[in-house]
Design a binder for this molecule. Structure first.
Ligand code: 6PG
Length: 474
């Protein structure tokens, strides 16, 4: 019996995806550059061994798979992907499908897609979210490629994906780079989500002087309510954990310097290219960058006399409620931005991205899965969020309830000196978005003053200039 699908690259993610596929009753042919890793993988597969076909050359791999052959490559993003595609070209034939399941930049995916088209082969850029655990037991899968290529792999991918109730969290989202673009925005939102959680943690730790265990309990409580989500759940778990070496809470022995591999930054770059504000995501990326310059921050702390964070006094229960609602409101604004970026990209790249489907396949399996995504799926399904998530009736109701808390928390945090870049960006975005009359009339006047750029008059057609007189014109 021929294998249904192939996989190259038996690192953690690749191995887990392969085991997941085997467990769902599909034969899978696997290949790794180092032979010993392939053998070790098959050895470790236990009872799933019978569904795995180890291959020791690309020729062997191609011969083992039922045509048209779908082959997942799970290698390091970047050059290794191009090298792997080049090597596969020699052994594959018409209609075979190369699937890049890594975190590729969608622009690379579009390039690879067009490079392969015409060669008879086709390419799928597949976003996979859920970390190692997800890959093994059910990730969220975002596919970009031709519809025909999707049909060839649909059965396997829906089988191995996470399920929300009975619905698979895998879908075809559009051609060429659509899947990897959506995964990138997923990660951008993931950055914003994580940053806002960290900001709230900062207020609890420094403003209220709470310890990790106590903060963990707060998050655990929130996870049972409207903030219910994977990231809140793991935050509670992380805060409860102790370091075996020192006996201290783990969070207290971890250096406050965040890493990043690029997807957050790409979301922000693309948002800027498209002219769509994604300020909460930008703030989250910038916060990671600032976190990484620890030495400089320590020097600045000295230079400014260790102002620290002042203690927050007052009704603690009321403050905790505000913090919960502030996080909720900030999160809504960040998602509104992420979805707006996707809708801009959808037009720009002619993808016709299905927003309700995207919200649906993010309800389980992926890192940002949450109760709120179910509400978003409903809102997009009902068409109420087509301009912006903030205009969906359900979200208008939620924001009306939550924004006063976000306002109070941002104000309070600013007063005591606890940085809240993502939460405050989210608030500023919301306030600007809901302001029918803004302040850019002044900017237009300034532009006209120094550069004669012209402005529109209220209620009149055409371009006008101001009565600036001498001194105008820069
Ligand atoms: C996921 C995650 C994952 C990503 C990391 C790391 O959806 O499973 O987004 O794909 O690689 O979370 O991202 P950073 O290293 O940039 O934080």
């Amino acid at each position: 019996e021929k294998a249904e699908i192939g996989l190259i690259g038996l690192g953690t993610m690749g191995s887990n995806l392969a085991l997941n596929i085997a467990e769902h009753g599909h034969h899978i042919a696997v290949f790794n550059r180092t032979r010993s890793r392939t053998d070790a993988f098959v050895e470790s597969a236990g009872s799933l061994k019978d569904s795995i076909v180890p291959c020791y050359s690309l020729e062997e791999l191609a011969a083992a798979i039922r045509p048209p052959r779908p082959i997942i490559i799970m290698v390091l993003a970047g050059k290794p992907v191009d090298e792997q595609i080049a090597a596969l070209r020699g052994v594959l034939s018409n209609n075979d499908i190369v699937i890049d399941a890594g975190n590729a930049n969608f622009r690379d995916t579009m390039r690879r897609f067009s490079e392969l088209s015409g060669s008879g082969l086709t390419f799928i850029g597949m976003g996979v979210s859920g970390g190692e655990e997800g890959a093994r037991h059910g990730p969220s899968i975002m596919v970009g490629g031709t519809e025909d290529s999707w049909k060839r792999v649909e059965k396997v991918l829906t089988a191995i994906s996470a399920k929300f109730k009975d619905e698979p969290c895998a879908a075809w989202l559009g051609t060429d780079g659509a899947g990897h673009f959506v995964k990138t925005i997923h990660n951008g939102i993931e950055y914003a989500d994580m940053q806002m959680i960290a900001e709230i943690y900062g207020i609890l730790r420094d403003g209220l002087g709470m310890g990790p265990k106590e903060i963990g309990k707060v998050f655990d409580g929130w996870n049972k309510g409207r903030l219910n989500s994977y990231l809140i759940e793991i935050t509670a778990k992380v805060l409860a954990a102790d370091d075996p070496k020192t006996g201290k809470p783990v969070v207290d022995i971890i250096l406050d310097r965040a890493g990043q591999k690029g997807t957050g930054k790409w979301s922000v770059i693309e948002a800027q290219q498209l002219g769509i504000p994604a300020t909460a995501i930008e703030a989250a990326v910038a916060a990671r960058v600032l976190s990484s310059i620890k030495d400089e921050r320590q020097a600045a702390e000295k230079a400014y006399g260790n102002i620290g964070v002042a203690k927050i006094s007052g009704d603690k229960a009321a403050l905790l409620k505000d913090l919960e609602l502030a996080l909720f409101a900030g999160k809504i604004a960040a998602y509104a931005q992420g979805f707006a970026v996707m809708s801009g990209a959808s037009k720009e790249f002619n993808w016709n991205l299905p927003m309700p489907t995207i919200a649906k396949i993010w309800r389980a399996g992926c890192i940002i899965r949450s109760q709120m995504l179910d509400t978003m799926a409903e809102a997009f399904g009902a068409g109420g969020a087509s301009t912006n998530l903030l205009m969906a009736p359900a979200f208008i109701t939620m924001m009306k309830e939550a924004h006063p808390s976000l306002r109070r928390i941002v104000a309070r945090a600013s007063e005591v000196g606890s940085p809240v870049p993502a939460l405050s960006s989210a608030l500023a975005y919301f306030d600007s978005y809901r302001q029918g009359r803004g302040t850019s009339n002044l900017i237009q006047a300034q532009r006209d003053f120094f550069g004669a750029h012209g402005f529109e008059r209220i209620g009149e057609q055409g371009a006008f200039h101001g009565p600036w007189g001498s001194g105008a014109g820069g």
